[in-house]
Write a protein that binds this ligand. Structure first.
Ligand code: TYD
Length: 215
């Protein structure tokens, strides 16, 4: 593989979509081909799964929910992300397996380790070259989400302690893999954050010969 796989993680309202867009614009300026995608819902099958996990009214058993995200991931990685990386594209993705560990694992009743293993099985071991964690106090994120007119989805409606656990889980993941993660304070201005993301991605592209050892 010769492409570069960049994921954005963080709580709802941390600004992942804005940063993904800014990185896409920068990479296009560098003359690179970019695939911008997301989970859940980065493929046709994924759009159907996304509708279940985000909009189904009523209970979904935790293991079923974890498997739905894993099913979305398995199909998305196999049909969208791996082909793009094999072409040498830069894949810029909103959310990946760290979201499963943070939301389904640490946030709920399942263990972080088992959720991570399930995701790795689904994705045949694919890990990002860099994961940007946009870290934000859940109360500040709430204010941003409230400013949107869109109705809450099922997970956004979860109570504050859940979002605090999700934040801690993301920070634990970043501490465990400092080489993969770039942790940024998402309360800072978007353009300042974008410069840091570009520096990290630019450094990885600069030693492109090293990229491609991924499994
Ligand atoms: P989405 O609209 O993609 O993102 P955001 O809320 O960041 O704007 O929402 C996706 C929701 O799905 C989000 O609340 C996190 C959740 N999620 C999981 O619980 N597990 C996962 O594996 C993924 C990828 C997302």
């Amino acid at each position: 593989m010769t492409g570069l796989f960049v994921t954005f993680e963080g709580g709802d309202g941390a600004g992942k979509t804005t940063q993904a867009r800014l990185l896409q614009e920068w990479a296009l300026d560098q003359g690179r081909t970019v695939v911008r995608t997301r989970e859940p819902g980065g493929s046709e099958v994924g759009v159907l799964i996304r509708d279940i996990v985000l909009h189904h009214r009523g209970e979904v058993a935790p293991r079923a929910e974890a498997l739905l995200y894993a099913a979305d991931r398995a199909h998305h990685i196999a049909t969208v992300v791996r082909p793009a990386l094999e072409r040498g594209d830069i894949v810029i993705q909103d959310r990946y397996l760290d979201s499963s560990v943070a939301y389904q694992g640490a946030g709920r009743v399942l263990g972080a380790h088992e959720v991570r293993e399930l995701s790795l099985w689904a994705a045949e071991g694919l890990l990002p070259d860099v994961t940007v964690l946009l870290d934000l106090d859940p109360a500040a994120a709430r204010t941003r989400i409230d400013a949107d007119d869109k109705p809450f989805d099922r997970l956004e409606a979860e109570h504050a302690s859940f979002h605090a656990r999700v934040r801690d889980a993301f920070l634990d993941l970043a501490a465990a893999e400092p080489g993969r993660f770039l942790v940024l304070d998402a309360a800072r201005p978007a353009d300042a954050l974008a410069v840091e993301v570009q520096a990290r991605v630019g450094a990885l592209l600069g030693r492109a010969g090293d990229v491609g050892t991924r499994g």
